[in-house]
Design a protein around this ligand. Structure first.
Ligand SMILES: NC(=O)c1ccc[n+]([C@@H]2O[C@H](COP(=O)([O-])OP(=O)(O)OC[C@H]3O[C@@H](n4cnc5c(N)ncnc54)[C@H](O)[C@@H]3O)[C@@H](O)[C@H]2O)c1
Length: 294
């Protein structure tokens, strides 16, 4: 037995999932990194790439782009905060495609508001899309992955799920919760001896338009990421069996600093300009914006 296989057995690592010949479902893939992950999965030989988005028109456009790359596709208008829509579309997907091998919980929103400007509705909506939806959607597809002991569940979280950020009391908290969801799901699958893979993705800002206006103080350490490199990083991580990916690597500092006294964590965050990043945030003006940068 190869040393790598032996190590994987001892560490009880999950199965590696390949994109080739797989059925992939991505939420929020009408734009941004979701759309780019869908195109990359098609380029790598996925059998089918299924697109869910609140914006049905955008979902259908991504689906036609996927088809042009040779994979089957279908764009569904699904609001992941609505259980009935999620259940109906999941049943359609399983009926038509038989299974989902790779599920990417990617849909996300941000208000960018100061704490005192946040309404209950803002906070609920942010948690509904960024966190609760992951339970709702994963519940639909995990049973058939468990039956086959094969598949991958991806949580698109954020670097803001590792460190709190000014003007993100709703967003950052929802992403901390999604990191907790992913970590607990990984623990539970491992505990029951399942080989189903999970990945949690924690990127710094990405120039998709979602965080339009954000700025970074030290771009050589904390660059605003290109959407294409973020999307490729997720697909690569799935294929390598990586279980947590932070991007860029410097974001790991947020994890390393955790045990330190709070004044030190705060001073380091201030030095790197983390709490000023949102000062000029405007967010996406056009909901259906579709980045050209592939
Ligand atoms: N852009 C960044 O700087 C950044 C940084 C860290 C993490 N992320 C995360 O990456 C993910 C993708 O973000 P993006 O930058 O590609 O943004 P994006 O706005 O381009 O894509 C998000 C997609 O989610 C869809 N969506 C929103 N609410 C939905 C709902 N209720 N149901 C179904 N679809 C819904 C939108 O229509 C949109 O197409 C999000 O989870 C986001 O939090 C983004």
């Amino acid at each position: 037995m190869k040393i790598v296989n032996l190590l994987n057995k001892v560490l009880k690592r999950p199965n590696t999932v390949t994109t080739r010949d797989s059925v992939v479902l991505i939420t929020g893939a009408g734009s941004g990194i979701g759309r780019l992950m869908a195109l990359e999965a098609a380029r790598r030989g996925a059998t089918a790439v299924l697109i869910w988005d609140l914006n049905e028109k955008a979902a259908k456009v991504t689906a036609s782009e996927v088809e042009a790359l040779g994979a089957s596709s279908h764009g569904y208008g699904v609001d992941v905060t609505k259980s009935d829509e999620v259940e109906t579309s999941a049943a359609d997907v399983l009926k038509e495609f038989g299974r989902v091998d790779i599920l990417i919980n990617n849909a996300g929103i941000v208000t960018g508001k100061d704490f005192l400007d946040l309404s209950d509705e803002d906070v609920s909506r942010t948690f509904e899309v960024n966190t609760i939806a992951h339970y709702r959607v994963t519940r639909q597809f995990l049973p058939q992955m468990l039956e086959r002991d094969y598949g991958s569940v991806v949580t698109v979280a954020s670097a803001a799920g590792l460190i709190g950020v000014a003007r993100q009391t709703d967003y950052s908290a929802s992403k901390f919760a999604s990191v907790g969801f992913a970590e607990s799901l990984r623990a539970e699958l491992r505990h029951r001896g399942s080989k189903v893979h999970t990945l949690v993705f924690c990127p710094y800002y990405i120039s998709t338009g979602l965080f339009e206006g954000v700025k970074t103080r030290f771009p050589f350490l904390l660059p605003i990421l290109e959407p294409q490199s973020a999307a490729l990083s997720v697909i690569d991580a799935i294929e390598k069996g990586t279980q947590m990916r932070v991007m860029p690597g410097f974001v790991r500092l947020a994890q390393i600093m955790r045990p330190m006294p709070v004044p030190i964590i705060d001073a380091v965050a201030d030095f790197f300009g983390i709490n000023s990043t949102m000062d000029d945030f405007t967010g996406r003006k056009n909901e259906a914006a579709r980045p050209e940068d592939e």
